[in-house]
Structures are given as structure tokens and as C-alpha cells.
Design a protein around this ligand. Structure first.
Ligand code: DON
Length: 309
């Protein structure tokens, strides 16, 4: 794949960078707190194999919550939608990603969707394998294929930093275990989940993964199917309804592109039938989404009429 720097995109990045000062890097995972607040980069991957970029695209980021849509795709392939949605719902919430509030008020107590932490923990629990290492390797293999990059691995420092501070996620797990939605050792599940969140890649990789979702599960560059179209459709629907957490409604109105964000500042977007986008901008808004990444996508969506609505 050849990737060219694009001057027009560079000008958009320059403009969008101005809002980085209005946000903050995530520091509830201590290792993420060291990111450079002013970073902003973007890559766009097209079905014919060409790619354009702006900013420092080789800068690596960890997937964080972007991993949730990929683990969901893998678990749906392995178990089928009925088995997965028996344990996790399909409805958006207006709550923050790590909120514990709705678990108790829902009857039965299953998490509302797979993009909030409680739902994502159930999905990660469903990754089968003999050990945490084997389950992680299975996910890494899937991600490497999606991104067409066999070098992708996880950042041990970020994983450990989250593992050591994941008390809220641990409490979600204990609740889920009590309600029979998970039945494994909680330290193992947190170990796997934090390593999943710490999978490390760059904007180019993210754009290529976005392209696969955009093209209904097929990698148009290799011609290989990464997931059935029905599963790509489920994932893209979650990206629209819950991909940007409790900012998903506003994002759908202003931008209208299926997308998934993570607290590292990554955004993976899939413009249906057209291209995949990978963004890295670690300065976050109050809801945990990349502040400049959203500004950049809003500009691109308006200028090129990318909204699917
Ligand atoms: O569970 C967590 O706290 C993180 N590892 C992932 C959260 C995340 O990326 C939320 N994003 N906006």
C-alpha cells in the first residue's frame, strides 16, 4: 500500500489542531497521561489500495475502546449474534462509558450495549481459549489481518498501568459475575481486557481496519473476507448508535459517519462503500472523545458530504 502526504488534509489538520488546547489527555490510566496534547494525525485508506495522510502518522496509539468493536466482531463470528445478545443488549445509553448506574436499574441486569465497559467486558469474556495469552493471541491475529500488519502487538506498560488502576472495571466484573453474565476469574478477565485495550497501532492501521468495515467485511485490497457482511452491519450500527459514547447522537447529526473512539485519542471511522479513516489526537473532550479528531471529521464530512443520513 502506498500512502501519500496530502496538502489539503494537512491544512485541515492545522486548523483542527487549534482546539487541542480546549481538551485534556486521559490520565486515569497513568501511562496515557504522558501523551502530547498537541498531536493530531489522520490517514484515509481507499478500496483501490491508495492512501493519503497528514500529521505524524507513524506515531503509535493504543486502541482502548476502539478494541471493543473489533472484539465484538470476532466474538460474533465465533458465537453467532443470538448467543452474544443473550448476554449484552443492543440499546444506546446516555451515560458515560464506565458508568455503573444502569446495571442495577435494568431487569435483567445485562449491560445495555457492547460499547460501554460493562458490555465490552462481557464480550471479552466470550473470547474463548485455554489461557489469557491464547485468547489475546487470537484477537491479535484477527486485528493483524484486519489491518494487514503482522507487526501489531500490545503495549505492556499501558496494559499494566490500566491493570493496576482498574478498580471500577473490576467492580463491574464482580457485578456481572454475581448476575451470571460472566463466570471466569476476574483478574484473568481484567488482564485480558487491559491487554486488549493496550493493543498498539498507528493511523494507517486504523484506516485499513475502518476500510474493512466500510466495505462490509471485505478487505477490498486483498479481496479477502474478514467477517460476514451481516456482522459488519451489526458493528457499523453500534458505531453509529454507541461508538462515540454519550456523544453519539450529536456525532451522528453533525458528522453522520459510523465511528469508534478510544481514550487514547484514536478514532476509527468507516465511510460506507467509500473509505476507512484513522485519526490520532490525544486531547480529549469531556466525554472522552478526541476533541480535534471530531473537529477534523466534522470539517471533512461537511466539505465532502460524507454523512450517511
Ligand atoms: O475501560 C477503560 O477504561 C479503557 N481501557 C477503555 C475506555 C475507553 O477508551 C473509553 N473511551 N472513550
Amino acid at each position: 500500500m502506498f500512502c501519500r502526504k496530502n496538502e489539503e488534509l494537512q491544512a485541515f489538520v492545522y486548523e483542527a489542531k487549534k482546539v487541542t488546547k480546549d481538551g485534556n489527555v486521559a490520565d486515569y490510566i497513568p501511562a496515557l497521561g504522558r501523551a502530547n496534547v498537541e498531536d493530531l494525525s489522520i490517514a484515509i485508506s481507499y478500496p483501490d489500495g491508495h492512501c493519503v495522510f497528514a500529521g505524524d502518522i507513524i506515531e503509535k496509539m493504543t486502541l482502548q475502546s476502539i478494541s471493543k468493536i473489533i472484539s465484538l466482531a470476532m466474538v460474533l463470528i465465533e458465537n453467532g449474534p443470538d448467543a452474544v445478545f443473550e448476554k449484552v443488549g443492543m440499546e444506546p445509553t446516555g451515560d458515560p462509558f464506565n458508568s455503573i448506574a444502569r446495571l442495577e436499574s435494568m431487569v435483567p441486569s445485562k449491560p445495555l450495549n457492547p460499547m460501554i465497559n460493562a458490555g465490552a467486558l462481557v464480550v471479552t469474556h466470550l473470547i474463548s481459549g485455554e489461557s489469557v495469552a491464547a485468547r489475546l493471541e487470537k484477537l491479535l491475529k484477527f486485528i493483524r489481518k484486519m489491518a494487514n500488519n503482522s507487526a501489531i502487538s500490545f503495549n505492556e506498560e499501558v496494559a499494566k498501568s490500566e491493570y493496576d488502576t482498574a478498580d471500577l472495571n473490576r467492580s463491574l466484573c464482580y457485578f456481572l459475575k454475581q448476575h451470571h453474565l460472566i463466570d471466569e476469574n476476574i483478574d484473568d478477565l481484567i488482564d485480558l481486557y487491559t491487554k486488549q485495550c493496550a493493543i498498539e497501532l498507528n493511523c494507517l492501521d486504523l484506516a485499513r481496519i475502518g476500510l474493512v468495515f466500510a466495505m462490509n467485511g471485505v478487505d477490498p485490497i486483498t479481496g479477502e473476507e474478514r467477517m460476514p457482511p451481516s456482522i459488519a452491519k451489526i458493528c457499523k450500527t453500534f458505531m453509529v448508535t454507541c461508538g462515540m459514547y454519550n456523544a453519539s447522537g450529536e456525532f451522528a447529526i453533525k458528522i453522520g459517519i459510523p465511528a469508534k473512539s478510544g481514550v487514547s485519542g484514536g478514532i476509527m471511522a468507516a465511510v460506507p462503500g467509500k473509505f476507512g479513516i484513522g485519526i490520532y489526537g490525544p486531547s480529549l473532550d469531556k466525554k472522552g472523545n478526541s476533541i480535534a479528531g471530531i473537529a477534523l471529521l466534522e470539517h471533512l464530512s461537511k466539505k465532502y458530504q460524507l454523512s450517511m443520513f
